[in-house]
Design a protein around this ligand. Structure first.
Ligand code: 5AD
Ligand code: SF4
Length: 376
């Protein structure tokens, strides 16, 4: 019996797919890179932008013929997109050949769902509203000498454009001891040279624990683990990046000097509308602090263009922020309204053509900066 997993979206999803692979291997399945050879195909989906959802619909839809020719093939869809009830229902109605539809909180039930589908010969759609981090899962790691380590799940920030808090729930941190144990074991194998800590907002790690632990403490405790390895983490929210965290990064050789610090916009009115809780000035202060304490630190960022009501002048503030910071790399996204979020209901949605022009300007600027800095 063979399995094939198709992953969309961020590193969190890549790591979740390692979880799904582990569950399937425990059940006796072996991996295959060809859909044609698979007895089960799992789609782990992303909901962050409409484009991501369209790709999922296209990819799942393309399996109709395969399922008709091989009815024993099991097709499962999970992740952020199907965590939304309406989208899960739409998927069920549109693709009658999909056997299992689940969300983000119950994908660890996959083994049980496969048994149910096989025994009852019935399709299954099941979603949970919340879930705890499952500590005891067998991961099948797939990222070479990098090991992803989840330190928390969910997000409490509710940036007005973002679907994540709705599909990943509230912030839940793992116990520090459990994280340290996992990393010790990973390092002891000698196989992993890079440990990447994952969370939607790693800087608020530990605030929700019974005995709170700061992210700075977690980082310095991980650095005490003996062995030849580097530590990286993502994603940092500028409002929560503390001086202590910057100091630990500066001090510890094991931590990569590489910070992903999404600014999203360079304009204060847009930042407020986005509910980002910092200003351009505050953001630049943090960048200055990082550069003063960690010379040559790599800094990268995410930007959204065409947020509702964004004027040309306000977009130009984003442009000038990028010119000012001179990032090592940026991701620039066209704003995509996500149903259920505050921004999707705002008046003044921006024309698609204008959004495309703005994103192209940012990408051109990034290329120019990289070229100049590479020359240096
Ligand atoms: N439209 C466009 N980009 C988005 N992001 C999050 N939500 C949206 C959206 N609705 C971007 C942000 C975030 C990155 C992971 O995706 O820039 O940092
Ligand atoms: Fe989305 Fe904002 Fe949370 Fe990041 S911090 S996951 S952008 S709500």
């Amino acid at each position: 019996m063979k399995y094939h997993i198709v992953t969309f979206g961020c590193q969190m999803n890549v790591h979740d797919s390692e979880k799904i692979a582990g569950i399937l291997e425990e059940k006796g399945y072996e991996v295959t890179d060809k859909k044609e050879d698979a007895d089960i195909i799992v789609f782990n989906t992303c909901a962050i932008r409409e484009g991501a959802e369209d790709r999922v619909f296209g990819n799942v839809g393309a399996l109709k013929k395969m399922k008709r020719e091989r009815p024993s093939l099991i097709i499962a869809v999970c992740g952020c997109m199907t965590q939304k009830q309406e989208t899960a229902e739409k998927m069920k109605a549109k693709f009658p050949f999909v056997d299992i539809i689940m969300g983000t909180f119950n994908m660890t039930k996959l083994s049980e769902y496969i048994d149910r589908v096989r025994e009852q010969k019935k399709r299954l759609l099941e979603l949970y509203e919340e879930g705890d981090i499952d500590e005891l899962l067998p991961y099948k790691r797939t990222s070479g000498d990098n090991a992803w380590v989840n330190i928390m799940q969910g997000c409490n920030n509710f940036c007005t454009y973002c679907i994540v808090p709705y599909v990943r729930g509230r912030e839940k941190s793992r116990e520090e001891e459990s994280i340290l144990k996992e990393i010790k074991e990973l390092v002891a194998t000698g196989q992993y040279k890079k440990i990447t800590l994952l969370g939607q907002n790693v800087n608020s790690y530990g605030k929700d624990l019974k005995e709170p632990v700061s992210f700075a403490k977690l980082l310095s405790d991980i650095c005490k683990i003996e062995g030849d390895f580097k530590i990286w983490f993502m994603t940092s929210h500028p409002k929560d990046l503390s001086d202590e965290v910057i100091d630990v990064i500066a001090k510890e050789d094991k931590i990569l000097k590489d910070i992903h610090l999404p600014a999203q916009s360079g304009n204060n009115r847009i930042l407020a509308l986005m509910n980002r809780k910092y200003t351009r000035e505050k953001y630049l202060e943090i960048i200055d602090k990082i550069r003063a304490k960690i010379p040559n630190c790599r800094i990268t960022s995410d930007f959204i263009v065409g947020f509702p009501t964004e004027t040309e002048e306000e977009f130009n503030d984003t442009y000038s922020l990028i010119e000012q910071v001179r990032y090592d790399s940026i991701f620039a996204f066209i704003y995509s309204p996500r149903i259920g979020t505050v921004a999707s209901k705002m008046e003044g949605q921006i024309d698609e053509k204008v959004k495309h022009e703005r994103v192209n300007k940012l990408l051109k600027l990034e290329k120019k900066i990289q070229k100049e800095d590479n020359k240096k």
